[in-house]
Design a protein around this ligand. Structure first.
Ligand SMILES: Nc1ncnc2c1ncn2[C@@H]1O[C@H](COP(=O)(O)OP(=O)(O)O)[C@@H](O)[C@H]1O
Ligand SMILES: [Mg+2]
Length: 239
């Protein structure tokens, strides 16, 4: 199957599992948001997907290829884009320099030029077009997240993994960012997202997954999880 698949992944730190046999799949052009309480293993799951944590058991498949033993750069070159939660831009470089570095680090597999990729990402993030010459460190938190996403999209990844995109943002900026994420999803990139803000995170994804204590508690259409009062109150801090 194309897209992204995890099969029975057991992973953790220093031999102690945090994820106890997690399976998930995001079909090509699909989107999945992982939600769950603090400490449930969401970040560990993301690190396992992108190649920063090696699973003790199980497999990670990218576009049908087993990438379990590949490191993070190897997965990036095969089309996996990643926006980490923190330190995701070069603050002293301008926005356009950030985009250039991202493109040169991982060239587009399609052979697309820098200029054409730049136009494509600026169409998704019109907010950053007037900021191209500004140092990324001088932007607002929301704008910086947009630059980080734009940089991840420069190589035209087939799968984009977003770690807590709304972390640290005001409610207003989080709304703006999620509007941009909805535009990204509509381009057909396969999207895996981890998000603390259950409402925003589930609203932009086709499906949602609830991770509790390193295990999959539920996997369902995102709208079903959003309207499931019991799930919300038990696991997601909803009311
Ligand atoms: N680098 C690490 N070394 C050891 N334990 C860790 C490390 N990172 C996370 N953990 C532990 O793994 C568990 C899950 O953490 P994490 O994946 O960050 O959950 P979440 O992102 O859902 O809050 C926690 O018990 C946490 O203490
Ligand atoms: Mg986390």
């Amino acid at each position: 199957m194309s897209g992204l698949v995890l099969e029975n992944v057991v992973a953790g730190y220093r031999g102690r599992p945090v994820l106890h046999g997690v399976s998930l799949s995001v079909p090509a052009r699909g989107s999945l948001t992982v939600v769950g309480p603090n400490g449930s293993g969401k970040s560990t799951l993301m690190k396992t997907v992108v190649g920063l944590v090696q699973p003790q058991k199980g497999r990670v498949l990218l576009e049908g290829e087993d990438v379990t033993r590949l490191d993070a750069p190897g997965r990036a070159r095969r089309g996996l884009g990643h926006v980490p939660q923190e330190a995701n831009v070069f603050r002293s470089l301008s926005v356009s320099e950030n985009l250039k570095v991202a493109f040169e680090f991982i060239p587009a597999r399609s052979g697309a030029t820098f200029a054409s990729r730049l136009e494509a990402v600026l169409a998704l993030f019109p907010e950053i077009r007037p900021k191209l010459k500004v140092a990324a460190g001088h932007l607002s938190g929301g704008q910086r997240q947009m630059v980080a996403m734009a940089a991840a999209l420069m190589p035209e990844p087939s799968v984009l993994a977003l770690d807590e995109p709304s972390a640290g943002l005001s409610p207003k900026n989080a709304e703006l960012l999620f509007a941009a994420i909805a535009r990204i999803a509509s381009t057909g990139v396969t999207l895996l997202m981890i998000e603390q803000n259950t409402r925003l995170g589930l609203a932009v994804a086709a499906r949602g997954l609830v991770l509790v204590a390193g295990q999959v508690k539920a996997e369902a259409p995102a709208t079903d999880l959003l309207s499931d009062g019991l799930m919300q109150s038990l696991y997601l801090g909803g009311h």
